[in-house]
Design a binder for this molecule. Structure first.
Ligand code: NAP
Length: 457
């Protein structure tokens, strides 16, 4: 069902009909027709439209923030911060895309040419399949670079954020992007295959779960179309004896419960050196216990509800199975009665490899604590995961910092900090966290044809 259902109450607010196949086909045709002219527009023109979109987001932050909170339950403060981040990301690409996509000169003499270089050209219509957890930012970080590169976008957003999805199409249109440059398709996941197989669709990007990524990548593999996959994560947060423990514990809480615990780059596994384990655990648990769970519209709330009822069932199951096999709950661990899909901040210790919690991603405010004897064991536990998205290590020892940078199997490593996405930095993962990169120059080049040019005498 494509619907806005308020996670704080469980109330269905608005439902939408999925577009029928003929509507989808005509939208693809419109996108492709538009691309044929849009691809020739200048960087300057595209940047003007993108800056106008950023200005609209800033002006409409209260309404858009409220919409996001209503659709998926993030706190209003974090929803508004996300809107601001999107405006910033748009301005980054408005300013830098031309230089990020500058021609790359080659040694013409070495290849017998008078001129040789590589040039970036847009691919065409790109489908973005996106998740609900950062309903605006996940889309903007695709759309801003893709549009600046001269591509056009089709969005299949998660079924529980249809109004945010429609807002995105609307705001880009009002900013000046011509009709068809960016369209929202209200379709089910079952309708994605037909879009991917349409010859006018050149490539796809998916942010979401591993099964969804596998399905889209398999279809695109069959069609020989380029994909970028940003999938799940179970990021390690390693704490070594030389770390500032108070700061580490404080950041650990934010890193775990941000977005009500539903972030791919949330720290999920806290791997702590035995010398500081007890002290860190005490500080961390005290802070987790002190968090205020409640109405996401209330400015005093730290943690709102989970976005979907099924999401809470999944989290509960992982916790209950672990407890059944001997894990220790240090705080939280069971939901309170009442409406809404709330789950308390939870810390669990004594986790063993036979518990699904050990390997699976927990998409809720549940932290796993591990005690390790030394840096070797810390790295071994950190890497013993199917995922490799972000990673965090806390140590003031420069040699240890180097070890973590070199040996953590992840797309990004943050030393003495938590993983955050920035327009300036590449973002992506290894292993089952996906492939390809978003953001920075790498993100904008993903959906370009790097065309080699050789000019003879
Ligand atoms: P999801 O179920 O995979 O949904 C993500 C998107 O994929 C939605 O639009 C969904 O549509 C669609 N989808 C689902 N199955 C599909 C299929 N078989 N074929 C085509 N499309 C399909 O993921 P989620 O539970 O909403 O989001 C949470 C996951 O996303 C977590 O694993 C999280 O770590 C990951 N994530 C990763 C990043 C990153 O950058 N690496 C960022 C955020 C989230 P419907 O809603 O209609 O099912």
């Amino acid at each position: 069902m494509i619907a806005t259902i308020n996670p704080a109450t469980g109330e269905t607010i608005k439902t939408f009909e999925a577009a029928d196949p003929s509507e989808v086909t005509s939208r693809i045709a419109r996108a492709h027709d538009r691309w044929l002219s849009y691809r020739t527009t200048s960087f300057e023109q595209r940047a003007t439209w993108l800056r106008a979109a950023a200005d609209l987001l800033d002006a409409e932050v209260d309404d858009v923030g409220r919409l996001m909170t209503t659709e998926m339950g993030k706190t209003l403060a974090s929803a508004k911060a996300e809107v601001g981040k999107c405006a910033k990301g748009m301005r980054y690409y408005a300013e830098h895309s031309e230089s990020l996509l500058a021609d790359e000169p080659a040694d013409a003499g070495a290849v017998g040419a008078v001129q040789a270089y590589a040039t970036y050209q847009p691919l065409g219509v790109v489908l973005a399949v996106m998740p609900w957890n950062f309903p605006l930012w996940q889309v903007v970080r695709f759309a801003a670079p893709a549009l600046m590169a001269g591509n056009v976008g089709l969005l299949k957003h998660a079924s529980n954020v249809p109004q945010t999805a429609l807002y995105l199409e609307d705001v880009l249109r009002r900013a000046g992007f011509p009709e068809g440059c960016f369209q929202t398709l209200l379709i089910s996941s079952g309708q994605v295959e037909a879009v991917l197989r349409d010859p006018r669709v050149a490539a796809a990007t998916l942010t979401g779960s591993e099964p969804a990524g596998r399905s889209v990548a398999a279809i695109c593999g069959d069609e020989v179309k380029h994909t970028v996959l940003e999938l799940g994560g179970s990021d390690p947060f390693v704490v070594m004896p030389s770390a500032d423990l108070d700061k580490a514990a404080q950041v650990a809480v934010t890193a775990r419960v941000q977005n009500n615990g539903q972030s791919c780059i949330a720290a999920k596994r806290f791997i702590v050196h035995t010398d500081v384990y007890d002290s860190f655990a005490e500080k961390f648990v005290a802070r987790m216990k002190a968090l205020k769970v409640g109405d996401p519209f209330d400015s005093a709330t730290d943690v709102g509800p989970l976005a979907t009822e099924q999401g809470r069932v999944d989290v509960e199951k992982l916790v209950e199975e672990a407890v059944g096999k001997g894990a220790t709950v240090l705080c939280g661990g069971s939901r309170a009665d009442g409406p809404g899909w709330y789950y308390p901040p939870t810390v669990i210790a004594d986790i063993t490899e036979d518990m699904p919690l050990y390997r699976e991603e927990v998409f809720g405010p549940v932290a796993s604590l591990y005690r390790v004897a030394d840096i070797e064991e810390a790295i071994a536990v950190a890497n013993d995961s199917p995922f490799g998205l972000g990673s965090n290590a806390w140590t003031s020892d420069p040699d240890e910092q180097k070890r973590f940078v070199n040996d953590l199997e992840a797309g990004q490593v943050f030393i003495n900090g938590m993983t955050i996405s920035y327009p300036e930095l590449p973002f992506g993962g290894v292993k089952r966290s996906g492939y390809g990169r978003e953001l920075s120059g790498h993100g904008i080049r993903e959906f370009c044809n790097l065309k080699t040019v050789w000019v003879g005498a």
